[in-house]
Each structure stands twice: as structure tokens, then as C-alpha cells.
Design a protein around this ligand. Sequence first.
Ligand code: FAD
Length: 489
Amino acid sequence: TKVAHWFRPKDLRIHDNTALHHASTLARDSNAPLICIYQHCPAEESWHGTSPARTDFMLEALKLMQEELGELNVPLVFLHAEERDDIVPSVVEFLKEEEISHVFANFEYEVDELRRDTKFVEEVGDKAKVSMYHDQTVVEPGTVTTGAGTPMKVFTPYHRAWLALVKESPELLNTVPAPTKNSAQAKKELKHLFNSALPTPGKDKNFANEEDRKRIRSLWPAGHAAGVKRLATFLTDNIADYAATRSNPAKDSTSRLSAYFSSGQLSIREALSTLQSKCNDSSPDFSEKGSAPGVYAWVRELVFRELYRQTTVSTPHVSMNLPTNLKFDFVRWEDDKEGWEKWVEGRTGEPFVDAGMRQLRCEGWMHNRLRMNVSSYLYCNLLLDYRRGERFFAETLVDWDLSNNTQGWEPSYTVFNPVSQAERNDPEGEYIRKWVPELKDVQGKAVFAPYARLSKEEFEKLGYPRPHVDWKETKQRAVERFKSDMKDA
Ligand code: FAD
């Protein structure tokens, strides 16, 4: 008999990987060889819109994993499926060919992925055993429930319950070791499976040029070790001030770990247990009273991430292109073609919005404060369907994550004012000047609203666009449109 672990795009690591650990334990205890597989499907990536930055980041991680596993005499085999419907048959076929009797994997919570796994279990039938594990979160989705026993959806009570649960059950943060080595005999038996060629990105998943590849790779070095190093630097240099500085994009003081978490190159358990060991407490207390302000604030963000996974499970329509609040599906959106192009290119004439969009295009990443602002501008001020922005994020971000992205883009009545937002969060205008070089010499508060605050001549010299829309008028239009369209929904 042989045992297999099937890696998915969200668990790309061999350290603290729940299903892989169970697969390895079974292989060791039954003296069976362990095989790892990864299914590559370009059509799947196109379906999700996965960006070139993210595709490359994941393929680089897989390359490193193949080396690490190779040292443990474990092959990582890349299977190829041209179409999404070919994924299950290709894995089933491989299991049959290799006479694998037990396959392990971690859950993915999106509807299509759950359907794929259901189909997989059906098609495998009694040819092999399938074991699935929860691995993406500290607290399993569905665990934190309301008094009525339904999964909690509101953040504040969820956060409170999550903190209490983790404090009571410190074992939730326990990590598991990397797999044990296959024997030399097993290595011989599996000889034909080593050196499986790394998949190549689909046609639309290549970088536009070599320069982009270099820049993105240096910003986001792939692999578990790179994630661990980034975590260590963040915990040493930034977490103490995180509560005070996290909303200031010029400080750039957040962890920039999202790409590692969303592809599973670093586990949340490992991040939190490392943090806890630094805090030196006997039990993990990440409450406001029990921890330093920076620790409290950072863990709170991770709890948002946990809740959003629970929401993906409890509100499956979020992964079917629908808002959590279904009433927003009744809004009649506009089709401002020029507005869309200006938003994408960072030329709306709103400096804070443009700075965010330009950072996104350059780095494959955008600071959270800007994500909130550019999204609000798109669906409130331009009144464009928020789903277009959500898709553009998927096609551009290195850290794309369906749960965080759909919940981040969830429409609401709050219309962000990019001028006051910039004044509050980028008080020196440093972030704007960095990303919008046309404004780098604009002094004082004019940088936040150059068209309104400079003379006509001064403004025209900048070569920076005038605001595409009037913020006040479009705010009013959005609020009225939302109200009227959702009235009878
Ligand atoms: P840190 O501030 O260091 O936070 C630590 C971790 O907590 C993050 O890595 C992330 O895993 C989690 N986290 C932080 N903020 C949030 C949040 N608001 N919601 C959920 N989890 C959070 N995050 C993604 O990972 N992928 C996305 O595709 C994504 N799309 C977004 C779209 C919009 C419109 C908005 C408003 C937010 C989106 N976010 C997304 C959440 C957030 O902006 C990023 O997680 C964060 O900016 C990543 O930077 P960081 O790792 O330095 O975060």
C-alpha cells in the first residue's frame, strides 16, 4: 500500500500541515511510502482570475517544496488537468496507477472546491480511503456559534468568543512537524515519480516583462523560510507599534504576510504560537486586557480572517459572485467606461485613491487602508459594480484570497472621503507623494486635493488629472440609488 497527500493552493508548505502530518504518520506506522501530489490546472487559475504575481509566487513555493520533500525521499508529483472537469479524473487515475490506498488533503471552503472534493470522494469509491482535515484556521469554521446554534456572523461577539476559546484551549495553537523520511527502499520503489517537471503558468498568467518578475520576486520571496523570516522581523520591529501605525500606509508597518497566509506558505498556528512564545505567557491571552496593544490589534486582524472563512462556509453564496447582504444584488450599477479605466490606472484625480491603485499595480499588494478607500470609490462614487473591482483585485494581487477579498468588497452605505481619509492616515502626504510623482513637489495640504486647493495655473503645471467625478454629488447619488433599488428587495 501507499499513502498520498494532495496539496491545494492554500496549504503550500510541509511544516505544520495538518493533513500532510496525518498522511506521514500513517505511512510511517504502516511502513508504507508517502507520495505528494499537486494538481495544476490553468483553466482553474483563469476561472479564479489568479494574477501572474500570485501564480509565480505559488510555483516558486512548489519548487522549493519539491526540493525539501526530495530530501525526505518523498516525491512531489505535478499532475496536469487542462480543464476544471479533468481535475478529479486525473487524480483518481493517478491513485489507481500508483496503487495508493489512502489519500489525505486539507479542506478548501469555497463552493466549487467543496463540490470538487465531494465528486472526488464519490469517484474514488472504495478504491482508496480519503481523509480530509481543517487546516486554514486556528478555530475550525462552524465552531463559534450563536445561542441558537448557528455559525456566528458578527465580528465583535465572534472575536470575544474566539479569544476565550483560544485561552481555554491553548492546544489549538500547537503545530505539527514536517513529514518523516521515506525509507531508502521506498525511494527506490518510487524512483519514477521523482523529478516531476514544475508546471508552467497558463498563457494569461505570465508577467508582462522580466522587470515585473524581478520586482515581484524580490518583494515576495516564496517559501516557508521566507515567511518565517518576515514574521520574525515583524515581531521584533513592528508589532509593538502596530496599533498606532497600522493605518498609516507611509509607515508600511504591517506584516505583509497576507500572501504567505493565503497560499498557506506559513500557517496561522505557527504565526500565533511564535507570537505567544515571545509574549512569554503560560496561556494564550490575546484580549485587550491580557496583551500589549500591538499584539491585541494584530491578532484581531487574524480573527477577521478566521471569521471570513467561517462566513464562506455559512454563507456559500459569497463564493458565487453574490454579496453577503443579498439586497445589494438589486442595485442598478453604472457603466462609466472612462471612470473604470482611470480607476485601474490610478488617474481618477483623487490622490489617495490613485496612490493606492498605483501601489497595487507596482507591488501586487495594497495597504488595507487603501483597499478600503479604492473599493468605496469604485462602487459608491463611480457606481460601478463592486464585483468588477473584486475581480480586478484577484487579477492583480499576490495575496488574493476569496474569503478576505469577497468580505473586503462587501458593499455598504459608508462612503469613504478620500481627502479626509488621506489627511487622517497619511498626514504628511508622504504615501501620496511616493506613489503619485506628479504631486511630489506639492507642498502642505494641497497634496490631498490639488485641484481644489491650488490655483488653476499651479494645478495645470502638474500634469495630474482633475477629479473624474465630484465626490459630494456622487456620494449623494450612491446613497439614493442604494436606498431606492434595495427598497423592495
Ligand atoms: P497585517 O495588518 O499584518 O494583518 C495580518 C494578517 O491578518 C493579514 O496578513 C491577513 O491575513 C489578516 N488580515 C488583515 N486585515 C484583514 C482584513 N481586513 N480582513 C481579513 N483579514 C485581514 N486580504 C487578503 O489576504 N487577500 C485579499 O484578497 C484581500 N482583499 C481585500 C479587499 C478589500 C477591498 C479589503 C478592504 C481588504 C482585503 N484584504 C485582503 C484584507 C487586508 O487588506 C489584507 O489582508 C492586508 O492588507 C494584508 O496586509 P498585511 O499582511 O500586512 O496585514
